[in-house]
Ligand binder design. Sequence first.
Ligand SMILES: *Cc1c(COP(=O)(O)O)cnc(C)c1O
Length: 362
Amino acid sequence: MTPPDWSLLLDPPPFPPHGYARIADRLASLLGTKADIVFVQAEAVVALEAVAASLARPGLPVLNIITSPYGGMVGGWLRRAGAEVVDLTAEPGEPIKAEAVAGALDRHPQTALLSLVHAESASGILNPLPDILALARARDIVTVVDAVASAGGHALDIDALGIDVAVIGPQKALGGPAGLSAISLTPRAWALAERPEAPTGSILSLIDLKQGWLDTGRGPLPGMPAPLEWHAFAAALDRIEREGLTAVIERHAVAAAATRRALERLGLALWPAHGAPSNLVTAAVLPEGLDRAALLAALPAEVEITACIGPGTEHLIRLNHTGPRATPIAVARGIEALGAALRQAGVPADTEAALSDLPPRA
Ligand SMILES: *Cc1c(COP(=O)(O)O)cnc(C)c1O
């Protein structure tokens, strides 16, 4: 097979100066939100850092939920900006429990900001977002949700749930580019961000985005936008709109369910042991004594099966069925490769039985 002609990626036409507003409106419409949408022209961790740097202020009481290294990073950025951060850490590798959040909010009634990840690509867990946001709404707490992985893979009703800030990356379940991120913000979120000593003149400044783009009629973006990323974002939205977001989410749910059934038939225990799994990656427990690094190294490069990330996940692997991988064929290829690697490592694994309700692999 001849490799693609990557030189076609050179000399892209400029992205139309008024196309950014159109992208924002299409994304808002897909997600069904009336909140403002702004863009950070960088990968999603930069958008998360911008939110923390822009919303936190000295003394701001924050409850920061940690279910993966991402939550730990957000807590660090909030502290750096002077916030009084209380970390609430879930059992290793597991979702947070809504009761634990309620308890923490009762112990810290002054909490003004609550931050959490919706679904974790690091460990394949799903946090009980609606329950947690109901607790925050009842206490009038501004909420920040890292929906980088979950947007497109799970229902994310920003307005009905009362999410004040949602951070969205096109590159996971939405199947888009990795070099751009979107943030939705409500007036309550802007009220926290807008203050005399708010950071400006910085890639981390949401106020710069408001004053330089939202408040000036959403024309050209400040700086020098990377046209390839914007064309790719538009193409990803085309594809999602054609399929329909509900169908995209359903495709992820079907891929996750098929993966879980197949892993159980391979003889692996599913993760998390308690709480809900995500539709994005499925985590499984490796048999006792099996060398995870050696098993993963035996897999072909095109199969996306990797080590879970974060404390408490040292015995776990994750099968990625996000975005373009959320198809029965991609799931079947992953299971087939994993079955072969398990057998090679001396673990009996009946791939045919595991694949029985998945389509034949081409
Ligand atoms: C992938 C991911 C991020 C960060 O995205 P990058 O593209 O690595 O910057 C943040 N949070 C969650 C939950 C993610 O899955």
